[in-house]
Design a binder for this molecule. Sequence first.
Ligand code: NAD
Length: 498
Amino acid sequence: MTTQRVTHWIGGADRDHPAERTAEVYDPATGQVTARVDLASASDIDSAVAAASRAFPGWRDTSLSRRTAVLFAFRQLLAERADELAEAITAEHGKVLDDAAGEVRRGLDVVDFACGLGHLLKGEFTENASGGVDVYSLKQPLGVVSVISPFNFPVMVPLWFVPLAIACGNTVVLKPSEKDPSASVLLARLLAEAGLPDGVCNVVHGDSVAVDALLEHPDVAAVSFVGSTPVARHVYETGTRHGKRVQALGGAKNHMVVLPDADLDLAADAAVNAGFGSAGERCMAVSALVAVEPIGDELVGRIAERMAELRTGDGRRGCDMGPLVTRAHRDRVSSYVDAGIAEGASLVADGRTVRPDGNGAGFWLGPTLFDHVTPQMSVYTDEIFGPVLSVLRAPSYEAAVELVNSNPYGNGTAIFTNDGRAARRYRNEVEVGMVGINVPIPVPVAYYSFGGWKASLFGDTHAYGTDGVRFYTRTKAVTSRWPDPGDAGIDLGFPRNG
Ligand code: NAD
């Protein structure tokens, strides 16, 4: 098999001179190296930021109708090339093709939203705020913004940010995960094909060297980051220390609470879908199921029945669940299964014994279910980010809410019930940024905004939707009057409204 080279995309072209450092990119379903990706040095970052800075004045002054036309063309290309993008995702991430296609679709929704930029960028106008004085506000772009994304959504997460950033008139340096870098370059090429001027969207690959260079670069105005909580905290602290606007979305431990009156078949389906979809490598995956007694035994039984039917294997073969992203990650997740057993949780289904429909060298771990997990066990305290679902038992609704609210993360949560009053109460009381009522993965639609609370987000604004527009613009308030020359005169007093 030939090994591809994945290079940076700067100023509308591949940066093809040799890289000082590279990393291997794997097909997780075969365990084979399929590409080598260049890892940016500080000087590569300088080049990308310089290209974005050069492109900024022209793009900022490009008419809104022209910007909209580029985004519409991009939207069309994304729709036409959705299969190609999904294949690129599956080849490097491992998630099954259908799931990858769903990711592209959810990214496309944000492009739809960004196409409404003419409406989104309207300012306010007050006529005659004072005698003959008009006051109005403008939303202006920030300059060069950086987007740093995780491995688990190589298309959707860049599309949470890049379309809105450029819609608002900014230029972008995107730093995708080095584990599955190819899809980002494909996105940048599609933007170029759609008519985006060179330098408006650049892609640099790399690791912490690239990220730190972006965080410290004086010409980067803002950073949108998505990844694990320790790195999100580092990005927020370092970026803000260097005077940047930062939104840093972190990790998660999402709880699904099932009340005794819930439909247990619907709840079991939802737990399996949200626990094991994308092999649990979703920031909105359900990893902790809280069964409010007395339904625990019945619910666990129904979940186990469904898990027995799941097919784990190569994402191109119509399986339900693919491999994990790297061998190291699979080993780490697998070590949590060992730890759960050692700590006394009941192992109901053991993914370590899975027989995958795929190459034996792939990074496999099957769906795993633990029951009788307690809040002290590491399978509960840590974000595992794999196909391991932990069931905790709560004696009451109040105990369930207290458990969820005691967790340091606050990304997503779901409640399953037929009791509308209980659902309303949960919606009010739970300290989590995104709540599903009988919806297990409540990722908000593109015209709302995505973001968690507590250790799941550092910063003030959530991603995409109107929060995204707020993040990528700054407001200028203009006070204007066209006085009659006859009104001239000296008055050193502070201006008052009249
Ligand atoms: P990660 O934190 O390892 O990496 C994220 C990005 O940061 C990558 O681009 C990576 O190259 C870079 N990076 C890694 N280590 C770094 C370091 N020490 N210094 C500077 N940069 C560094 O995350 P991941 O493993 O790619 O993704 C999975 C994590 O992302 C999970 O914790 C998941 O919950 C989280 N996630 C959160 C959301 C959300 O919306 N809250 C969405 C998707 C993923």
